[in-house]
Design a protein around this ligand. Structure first.
Ligand SMILES: [Zn+2]
Ligand SMILES: [Zn+2]
Length: 151
């Protein structure tokens, strides 16, 4: 899918599901990593993770677009546009937007455990085990494995 096709799709969904035009820019952004989309409060543009379409297809992309358009239209109207706001939850349900983005392939997780108490720790980023200690007992951490979700 090209950027122009994405732009047209967002404009179409905006009119059909929200009865209001989308008058800013929609683009694909590969740096989004584990998120499906992002609404920029400052310039009102929308970014979408191309992996949503590549891995889950059109239906899932439409749901993620609706989610981001909920942020967009509510924010521009000066209403509750954050995940915790009732207006956001209601509009999301009304339009059929997704609540959560499906798991995306580049969400690699590093697993560690505490040498002392055995507590398991999972992080998106690598931990420096020489410097970082267990939050529970201050014991030393041991690297266990790195898991890259496969599709
Ligand atoms: Zn959101
Ligand atoms: Zn510990």
């Amino acid at each position: 899918m090209t950027k122009d096709e994405l732009q047209q799709l967002v404009e179409k969904i905006s009119l059909e599901a929200f009865q209001q035009p989308f008058v800013h820019q929609a683009s694909f952004n590969r740096r989004l990593k584990s998120t499906g989309g992002r609404y920029h409060l400052t310039n009102h543009n929308l970014d979408f993770n191309p992996l949503i379409y590549e891995r889950y297809g059109m239906d899932e992309l439409v749901k993620v677009i609706k989610h981001e358009l909920c942020h967009y239209h509510l924010h521009l109207a000066g209403r509750g546009y954050q995940h915790k706001d009732r207006e956001f939850k209601e509009l999301l349900q009304q339009t059929g937007g997704s609540r959560y983005s499906p798991p995306l392939a580049n969400a690699t997780i590093h697993h560690y455990c505490c040498r002392n108490c055995g507590k398991k720790i999972q992080r998106r980023r690598k931990i420096d085990t020489e410097r970082y200690v267990c939050g529970g007992c201050h014991g030393q951490l041991l690297f266990v494995k790195t898991v890259k979700p496969s599709f």
